[in-house]
Unconditional design. Structure first.
Length: 494
């Protein structure tokens, strides 16, 4: 080969190398962006069926408007509802005519409220719908009242020009404000109007969604909730016998009318909503005895909640997840997206284990996602003792995650013991749903609603023996490819 030809050859080789390397880098970069950087996209991907999560139930005191506030606390306790949303103007107590519950209460009356709530085991979680007034002083009075009673959320319909001041005060008082939607001619009747406000405000300002009022205006509740995604702080959960405001249309317990309770719960689950389902029953004919309607509402909510009776073991408080109750053994760790509740493995090999209690017979359900086809991880069952060495792997079963493995080392296998009946995992980068049932020695694994393991457990492979109860653990295997976990629920089988 002549010198000129040789020079052209090496130049061509260099250009080709740069092009191929650049293409590979861009492809890898797009993949990392898809799987890791875009937190919102990662959180909003689904694993098929929407498995509705449980939401804490609160009671809007307006439901018991024919009774006093102190009586309402008693009714909430009898109903097993631990959370209340108070409103201004309700009679304070049956033996003090003329006194109303609102932000003008004297210190001694606030003390009566605090003692009553403490005795009943009931908590005030919101106050509204309240008129914030026109002046800063009027707003301060309401905010001071909320602070004294440890109320984190104020529900109101403020004037648009007041939001700069309100936001500054919310930050000062460490409170949040939810814009409520009364029907027309209310200024916030339409979700589009509320959304326009929210685009100009921070996260301390959100929405108190009212499906019943949307139905009065002919709006489908789930569609309106979609518009307000990520900014819903509370929901006045109502249902109506039909849309519109005809004389024959009345309030009914949520789940019995046309609001489509199931669709509402699915949408709130999809949004990872962290607030309360605040029951507010406005049927005037039943105002003197709303208890049957509230009981029916709770039953219908539970019936439409997939994870009813489960415990979410990645705890959440005031919209933030934490690893409280979890410990880590070994190299590496798990990062937690506190807003979305997604765990991401980093490094390894180690084990993140739930240390609050041991589980005997249980159903464990969770979502996981692999960042690479060679992602390696697993879920450990009945770890018998606090992990202080790698010895736990010989005394507890692992449900394997490894799409590139084979047989007893492939995704869904009981590692080193039983191969999955078939492949049921989704493509890399998509969420998968695992349901693991361990009762006595009977172990079943369902992956994306396909049963892949049905086995009477026995010592096999690396497992020398196994306990009748133990801890749950999530493995971080190595630094090359992360695994993500979310929606970790467990139900004990009694």
């Amino acid at each position: 080969m002549k010198q000129g030809q040789l020079r052209r050859f090496w130049l061509f080789f260099l250009v080709a190398f740069i092009f191929i390397s650049g293409f590979a880098f861009l492809k890898r970069d797009r993949k990392l962006n898809t799987l890791c950087s875009d937190r919102q996209s990662l959180a909003q991907q689904t694993s098929g069926l929407t498995r509705t999560r449980p939401f804490p139930i609160a009671l809007q005191c307006w439901t018991f408007r024919k009774f006093s506030f102190l009586e309402t606390v008693d009714y909430a306790q009898k109903l097993g509802i631990r959370f209340l949303q108070a409103y201004p103007g309700q009679a304070f107590s049956s033996d003090r005519p003329g006194l109303v519950f609102d932000h003008n209460l004297k210190s001694e009356d606030i003390k009566v409220v605090q003692d009553k709530l403490s005795q009943a085991g009931v908590e005030l979680v919101a106050y509204g719908v309240v008129d914030l007034g026109k002046t800063k002083e009027e707003k301060q009075k309401i905010f001071d009242f909320a602070r004294r009673l440890s109320i984190p959320l104020i529900v109101a319909e403020p004037a648009e020009e007041d939001f700069p001041l309100i936001e500054a005060m919310l930050k000062e008082y460490d409170l949040s404000l939810a814009i409520h939607n009364h029907p027309e001619p209310s200024r916030y009747a339409q979700p589009e109007k509320v959304l326009a406000i929210l685009k100009k405000t921070g996260e301390r300002v959100g929405v108190c969604a009212d499906p019943g009022h949307w139905m009065r205006g002919g709006r489908k509740p789930a569609t309106a909730l979609q518009l307000l995604q990520g900014r819903i702080l509370d929901i006045h959960l109502k249902d109506r016998s039909d849309f519109g405001v005809g004389e024959e249309v009345v309030d009914v317990p949520p789940g019995r009318g046309k609001a489509n309770l199931r669709e509402i719960l699915e949408e709130l689950t999809r949004q990872n909503y962290s607030g309360f389902l605040t029951l507010e029953y406005e049927n005037e004919k039943e105002a003197l005895n709303p208890i049957p309607a509230i009981k029916e509402a709770v039953e219908l909510i539970n019936k439409n909640t997939y994870f009813f009776g489960y415990e979410e073991i990645l705890s959440r408080s005031r919209g933030r997840y934490s690893k409280h109750g979890w410990n880590h053994y070994g190299p590496g760790h798990f990062e937690l997206d506190e807003k979305e509740g997604i765990l991401k493995s980093v490094g390894g090999m180690g084990l993140l284990w739930y240390s609050r209690k041991k589980f005997r017979d249980f159903i464990l359900e969770l979502d996981y996602q692999c960042s690479d086809q060679k992602t390696n991880s697993g879920i450990f069952l009945r770890v018998p003792d606090i992990p202080v060495s790698d010895d736990y792997i010989y005394h507890s079963f692992e449900i394997q995650i490894n799409d590139s493995g084979e047989g007893i080392h492939r995704t869904g296998a009981v590692y080193d013991a039983v191969a999955p009946a078939k492949d049921a995992f989704n493509p890399t980068g998509e969420w998968n749903h695992l349901r693991i049932t361990f009762q006595g020695k009977h172990l079943q694994v369902e992956l994306n609603d396909v049963k892949i393991i049905d086995w009477q457990a026995e010592p096999r492979g690396k497992v020398k023996d196994f306990a009748s109860e133990g801890y749950i653990g999530l493995q971080n295997h190595d630094r090359d490819s992360s695994v993500y976990f979310r929606n970790i629920f467990i139900k004990e089988i009694k």
